[in-house]
Design a protein around this ligand. Structure first.
Ligand SMILES: NC(=O)c1ccc[n+]([C@@H]2O[C@H](COP(=O)([O-])OP(=O)(O)OC[C@H]3O[C@@H](n4cnc5c(N)ncnc54)[C@H](OP(=O)(O)O)[C@@H]3O)[C@@H](O)[C@H]2O)c1
Length: 310
């Protein structure tokens, strides 16, 4: 599965359809169309969504917007996720028709287990996913929020059947680099598993907009419960954000482009990122990161400045 280094995160298309959707404002259909079209025009070839994002609403919105953008099935790649909470692995097979219907006519390229907590163990989940693969209902298998050990379990279960584990989708950005110290990145490297970095802009925090204009913090939905958005979280982010802004001036790009560029280049080519967008210009801006490359020296500077977040 050959994806561009930047994909579009589609959690923002949940339309407040459930608790998970309350993180973001309700985006009108027309705006979603513009975000998706801008992403395609900018060269993005894949989209990340999930069942839990508005209980299928994000998937449906994505499919609608892709149709409006004139994309035919097979012309873009789709990653979606099964929600394992309070469910058994058998539910993966039971609910696949709903996922296919929500995304129709676009096939599921990458099917991910959204997080590791489930009534069934990882081995049984992988068995069920392998059935979907054999039935050609999905093309690749991934996991998300899996620790190094759980990821290895998943890899082993699939490897016995000769199936690769394509990816682990995890929280990774310049203000949260825990995967570099908790073994996930090393294990992924060793087993040849790609990392999909979610919240790559630290939900907007790395762009410096909240530090520059604290008024914006009044309108951040459920993000307000995250420690990153607390007074202390904001204070800690300032040295990294200042360096990101300084480099943005140097390269004549935007802070979001600097932050994303570091993510997709710092670890060779094993990390791809899926920034979300609530505005058309977010999408246009974020894609722009694919048209330049930070120097090794500047990547090292960012590495040092954000080392405390490892
Ligand atoms: N697997 C998982 O458990 C998991 C968890 C979280 C996310 N995800 C996936 O990862 C995707 C991205 O993560 P995320 O949405 O949490 O965080 P993110 O991509 O770091 O941040 C997205 C938010 O940042 C702001 N933003 C984006 N581009 C900007 C720009 N150029 N300038 C200024 N602000 C900008 C917008 O906030 P405003 O709306 O405030 O303007 C946008 O809604 C999601 O859409 C989803 O697909 C997966």
């Amino acid at each position: 599965m050959k994806v561009t280094a930047i994909g579009l995160g589609c959690w923002q298309f949940s339309k407040q359809g459930n608790m998970s959707g309350r993180f973001w404002p309700t985006l009108e259909d027309e705006l979603i169309d513009k975000i998706v079209s801008a992403s395609i025009e900018g060269g993005i070839n894949w989209f990340d969504t999930a069942e839990i994002y508005g209980t299928g609403l994000s998937e449906k919105e994505l499919s609608r917007a892709l149709k409006n953008a004139g994309k035919k099935e097979g012309e873009v790649l789709i990653a979606t996720k099964w929600w394992p909470g309070f469910r058994f692995a058998s539910n993966i097979i039971k609910t696949i028709d709903n996922r296919i219907k929500a995304l129709s006519p676009y096939p599921i390229d990458l099917y991910q287990v959204h997080q590791p907590w489930s009534f069934s163990n990882v081995k049984n989940q992988m068995k069920a996913l392998a059935v979907l693969l054999e039935r050609k209902l999905i093309k690749y298998i991934g996991v998300s929020n899996f620790s190094a050990l759980k990821m290895k379990d998943a890899w082993e279960a699939l490897d016995k059947k000769g199936i690769p584990l394509a990816s682990n989708q995890v929280l990774y950005n310049l203000l949260n680099r825990k995967i570099e110290s908790n073994g996930v990145l090393d294990m992924a490297k060793k087993l040849g598993i790609s990392i999909i970095a979610y919240s790559p802009l630290a939900q907007g925090m790395i762009t410096g907009k909240f530090q520059d204009n604290p008024e914006l913090l009044k309108n951040i939905g459920f993000r307000k419960y995250s420690s990153q958005f607390s007074r202390e979280g904001i204070r800690k982010s300032i040295p990294v954000v200042n360096l990101v802004k300084e480099l943005a001036l140097k390269y004549n790009v935007t802070p979001s482009q600097i932050a994303l560029n570091w993510l997709i280049n710092f670890n060779g080519n094993m990390v791809v990122a899926i920034p979300g967008a609530t505005k058309e210009n977010h999408a246009r801006e974020n894609i722009g990161t694919m048209s330049f490359r930070l120097s090794e020296e500047d990547m090292a500077k960012l590495d040092r400045a954000s080392a405390m977040f490892k």
